[in-house]
Write a protein that binds this ligand. Structure first.
Ligand code: C2E
Ligand code: CA
Ligand code: CA
Ligand code: CA
Length: 277
């Protein structure tokens, strides 16, 4: 048994070692990828469920790795966060998305908001707000067309600082969305304290919203609650007509999902803007 234990430990150590190597390699190739312009943004419509009209889009990053092909953000964002490279990536995302939205507005498409995902580490940089100001100035995008998406883990470390920063963004007329609500350590307290505009209901709720009465009850109550405190609700991951009609019926304000469109590269998304929704 002792031998087996030793063996197990050896395997464990080897696995740890491989993991560590993978981590270091990933870190290197992430850094290289930023320089080498291997990242691109995709865009997904945010739809007003009452008017059946797109009122914005969310920018979602993709990594086109020269050897490994397309890598999803769920795989590399956590490593980018751990290594701090997210700061460079985030800066690039903000600049690229604002620039693109301004181009679309200038081309004469109906002006819509662009939503950008923000990691905790980016949010905590001392020059976070001034950097956003600079990007808006340089791209010429009106701040009312920018939405910053945050998650609750931004709040965990320093609530007062978070509120201060959010208030500064609000003063600039930038809108704020609380993403992935209902997963992790959601606290209703945050809804009360944080100066946010949109509540994004995680797609794990939406998945079963037409089948499970518990998920229905929670979704309906959250929408009511959000409305009572002046927030708009965005449902994520709408894939079926059934989900769409149900959410529309219970007064959910906005929605995103494959039913409307998948996240698309800028040239393909532009075709959707041309057609209108
Ligand atoms: P998120 O912000 O919650 O984004 C929603 C995710 O749901 C996206 O995954 C989107 O492609 C996917 N999705 C949209 N509609 C549907 C649907 O109908 N069904 C299903 N099954 N999925 C749907 P994606 O693009 O893989 O992004 C994953 C996560 O990576 C994002 O979750 C976000 O947390 C993070 N992320 C993406 N882009 C950025 C970025 O530029 N910066 C940072 N910091 N994080 C990012
Ligand atoms: Ca998001
Ligand atoms: Ca989300
Ligand atoms: Ca998510």
């Amino acid at each position: 048994a002792k031998e087996e234990g030793k063996k197990g430990y050896k395997i464990y150590k080897e696995e740890m070692y491989i993991k560590k190597i993978e981590f270091i390699n990933m870190k290197k190739s992430l850094r290289y990828g930023v320089k080498n312009e291997e990242f691109f943004l995709t865009y997904q419509s945010v739809v007003d469920l009452k008017k059946d009209q797109a009122i914005g889009s969310e920018a979602l990053i993709r990594w086109n790795h020269p050897k490994k092909g397309l890598i999803s953000p769920d795989r590399f964002i956590p490593i980018a966060e751990k290594t701090g490279i997210i700061k460079e990536i985030g800066k690039w995302v903000l600049e690229t998305a604002c620039k693109q939205n301004k181009i679309w507005i200038d081309k004469g498409y109906k002006p819509t908001k662009i939503s950008i995902n923000m990691s905790a580490l980016e949010f905590k940089q001392i020059n976070f707000v001034s950097n956003i100001k600079r990007v808006l100035e340089e791209t010429g995008l009106d701040s009312k067309y920018l939405v910053i998406e945050i998650t609750e883990n931004i709040v965990l470390e320093n609530l007062n600082q978070t509120i201060e920063i959010l208030n500064e963004l609000k003063k600039m007329k930038i809108k704020i969305a609380l993403d992935d609500f209902g997963t992790g350590y959601s606290s209703l307290n945050y809804l009360r304290i944080l100066p946010i505009d949109f509540l994004k209901l995680d797609k794990t709720f939406i998945n079963n919203v037409t089948k499970k009465c518990k998920d229905r009850a929670i979704t309906e109550s959250l929408i009511k609650l959000a409305h009572d405190i002046g927030l708009k609700v965005v449902a994520e991951g709408i894939e079926t007509e059934e989900q769409y009609h149900y959410l529309k019926n219970i007064n959910c304000d906005l929605g995103q999902g494959y039913l409307f469109n998948r996240p698309l590269p800028s040239n393909e998304f532009e075709k959707i803007l041309e057609k209108g929704l």
